[in-house]
Design a protein around this ligand. Structure first.
Ligand code: SF4
Length: 256
């Protein structure tokens, strides 16, 4: 039987999901439920109907490995010129780890650089096997306090941090990505704790992703409660002191 995966979008010419010009492949399904999620329609693992731009439409469809590669190979010249490649994103890719691993193996066999954006939320066994086929992990860090992490994402962070440490110790390149979210982790004290932990784990590079409201309309359309309604967006100019904490900790830190 041919292995297939549920994918809800393939975005060409991405420039913020790893080095160079990339195609970003968005997987359906996420075990977290972050209160600020800008893609709430992606949290469902299975193909489903949802409202998009006012119309009902199906979110996600099944793709084979070859279908995905046929699509992303269209931009091979751009990857080669720019040092880019493909990035698997979500949702959470690890929810479909068997398909994702098959895709990564074949992509690497074709000499495509493979990055994966992940929450790192999976068992050690699944994660350890999965990262064998990855060139770069863009690894979310959301909060160091396990109770606060649970309150705002629906899961504890123990396994996530353990997997991050394992990836670094396994010499897989890791860039930490921090969504900077008001009423959650946008305080200087939260930044200090994260910076210290990232240093201790052995991370060298950090991307800060300031909170935005691009997903707000989707919650209305999907008739889902939205905890971040009316919360002001953040911008790099609001977060210079926050950035400085990571720089002072010796981390290569920038906004995305
Ligand atoms: S991990 Fe990402 S996709 Fe999953 S709920 Fe959080 S923001 Fe949304």
């Amino acid at each position: 039987m041919t292995l297939t995966g549920q994918i809800f979008n393939i975005q060409r010419f991405s420039i913020n999901d790893g080095p160079g010009i990339r195609s970003t492949i968005f997987f359906c399904g996420c075990p977290l439920s972050c209160r600020w999620c800008s893609n709430p329609e992606s949290q469902n693992r299975f193909r489903h109907e949802a409202l998009a731009s006012g119309d009902r439409k199906l979110i996600g469809r099944e793709w084979t490995v070859n279908e995905v590669l046929e699509e992303v190979e269209k931009d091979r010249d751009f990857y080669e010129e720019s040092g880019g490649g493909i990035t698997l994103s979500g949702g959470e890719v690890l929810q479909q780890h068997a398909f994702a691993s098959a895709l990564l193996r074949e992509a690497r066999r074709r000499s495509l650089h493979c990055a994966v954006e992940t929450t790192g939320y999976a068992s050690h066994e699944v994660f350890a096997e999965f990262i064998r086929n990855v060139d770069l992990l863009l690894f979310d860090m959301k909060h160091c306090n396990r109770e606060i992490h649970y309150q705002k994402t629906g899961v504890y962070n123990d396994q996530i941090l353990e997997n991050m440490r394992f990836a670094v110790n396994s010499h897989v390149p890791v860039i930490a990505r921090i969504p900077v979210i008001p009423k959650f982790n946008a305080t200087l004290s939260a930044a200090r704790v994260m910076a210290a932990l990232l240093r201790e784990i052995g991370i060298h590079e950090v991307h800060l992703l300031p909170f935005h409201q691009l997903g707000e309309k989707k919650y209305e359309q999907l008739k889902l409660p939205y905890e971040m309604k009316g919360v002001r967006q953040l911008h790099p100019e609001n977060l210079q002191n926050y950035l400085q904490i990571f720089l002072d900790a010796g981390l290569d830190c920038s906004f995305r």
